[in-house]
Design a protein around this ligand. Structure first.
Ligand code: SF4
Length: 428
């Protein structure tokens, strides 16, 4: 079977797609080449915002129209909450955000027999984390390991708990085994990811926590460095930082989910911390990981947010000094409490506030790059370019250095200059 597989959304969705593709290839199926008609088009959808729902529909429609004889198979968070829409778009195999391996089997069966299948489960009835092979997204030098799924934080703007369901964690011994396998495949970086990794272990016997699994993975990672996916600031404690810093394996980059810099808005979002708590997390990370990069997500124009609240947010993000920010204008998501809240902001207000925040973020990003000059950064080289290679530093900045055969190697680079959105340096 010749297939096309496309993914929308988060690192976990990308991880699950790489796992499904690993199995498809192992079963002898091959990706359709550019311009080649496919026998099956597979879309792993996202529903985090109304916009990602629209993009999911658009992608299904486009691939269907470009491959009129192909079987259409859809899975992910969007089809989890709206399987009917997927069916109306011509999908014959429709799954939700779970049972990825069964989804692959159903595609193979439908391709062979023409018999479709719809399998939408109850997210809150899921008990165990589906074991999927860890691996790299095609062609990359870093591998991902999904250690957790589900979320029960119920932030008022978010649909994810209703698609990803209850908390499930990968048992520690399995996380260790997968790490050893990935290490032996020669990868030099492992990204630990999940939907809400701060809740790792709450469902496991003995309730190991996120620091425990990081330390267990670090013990067997060899010369592979460890990067963490997005973190809820509530997990950042003195004890957590001390334990993971002691491994000496962590990339000094922490992506924190901030969402707002105003306590009143954080409360309306049902976030589990306030400005003081978040800032304490910032200070702890800087204490235990000097020179670390802190990045974050921010939502602007949340219902009820005033100009005064926006000012507080701008002042707060500047005080935190993020090296990069992902800024999203609030997007109404049907099925969430925030969608029904009064005082919805206009699109003009949302984009004006995003623009303001982006100005602050750009300034902080430039300052972070400038502060890198003169430092020695460990860089994982990935892509040849001219007389050298580019790669990511542990602080998640793109770095170019002169050299040959650097791909897949972590080398120390003395930073000499800023070059637009990246750094230039010499291997030392
Ligand atoms: S923590 Fe909040 S924003 Fe993140 S997935 Fe859970 S409910 Fe959604």
């Amino acid at each position: 079977m010749k297939y096309i597989i496309n993914t929308l959304g988060c690192k976990v969705n990308q991880y699950e797609t790489q796992a499904m593709e690993t199995v498809l290839k192992a079963h002898g199926h091959t990706p359709a080449l550019e311009g080649e008609k496919a026998d099956a088009v597979i879309v792993n959808t996202c529903a985090v915002t109304a916009e990602s729902g629209r993009k999911s529909r658009q992608l299904i429609r486009r691939l269907r129209d470009e491959n009129p004889d192909a079987l259409v198979a859809v899975c992910g968070c969007y089809s989890q909450i709206d399987p009917k829409e997927a069916e109306e778009l011509g999908a014959k195999v429709i799954f939700g955000a779970a049972d990825r391996m069964k989804f692959v089997e159903a595609i193979e069966k439908a391709a062979a027999t023409g018999e479709g299948e719809e399998n939408i489960d109850e997210p809150f009835k899921r008990r165990v984390l589906e074991k999927l092979p860890a691996g790299a997204v095609a062609g990359r030098t870093r591998a991902m390991l999904k250690i957790q799924d589900g979320c029960v934080n119920f932030c008022t703007y978010c649909i994810i708990p209703y698609t990803r369901g209850r908390l499930r964690s990968l048992p520690m011994d399995e996380a260790v085994k997968e790490t050893e396998r990935i290490r032996d495949e020669g990868y030099k970086e492992l990204v630990l990811t999940g939907i809400e990794v701060a809740s790792y272990g709450v469902d496991l016997p003995g309730k190991p926590d996120l620091a425990d699994v990081i330390c267990a993975v670090a013990q067997v990672s060899g010369d592979m460095r460890i990067r963490l996916g997005s973190l809820e600031p509530t997990v950042i404690t003195e004890d957590f930082c001390r334990k993971i810093a002691a491994t000496g394996k962590l990339c000094r980059h922490f992506h924190l989910s901030l969402q707002s810099g105003c306590d009143r808005t954080l409360k309306n979002m049902n976030r589990k911390y306030d400005r003081a708590g978040f800032y304490n997390a910032v200070e702890l990370l800087r204490k235990h990981f000097p020179g670390c990069a802190l990045t974050c997500d921010l939502i602007t124009g949340f219902p009820g947010e005033t100009d005064e609240d926006q000012k507080e947010t701008l002042e707060f993000i500047e005080r935190c000094g993020f090296s990069q920010m992902h800024i999203f204008p609030y997007s109404r998501r049907p099925g969430t409490p925030a969608d029904k809240m009064p005082n919805q902001c206009s699109n003009a207000v949302k984009s004006a506030r995003s623009h303001e925040a982006q100005q602050v973020a750009n300034k902080m990003h430039e300052e972070f790059l400038k502060a890198g000059v003169g430092q020695v950064l460990p860089v994982l080289f990935e892509t040849p370019e001219g007389e050298g290679y580019t790669g990511h530093s542990d602080t998640y900045v793109m770095v170019w250095a002169k050299g040959e055969n650097l791909r897949g190697r972590i080398l120390n680079v003395l930073i000499k200059a800023v070059d637009g959105d990246r750094l230039l340096g010499e291997i030392v």
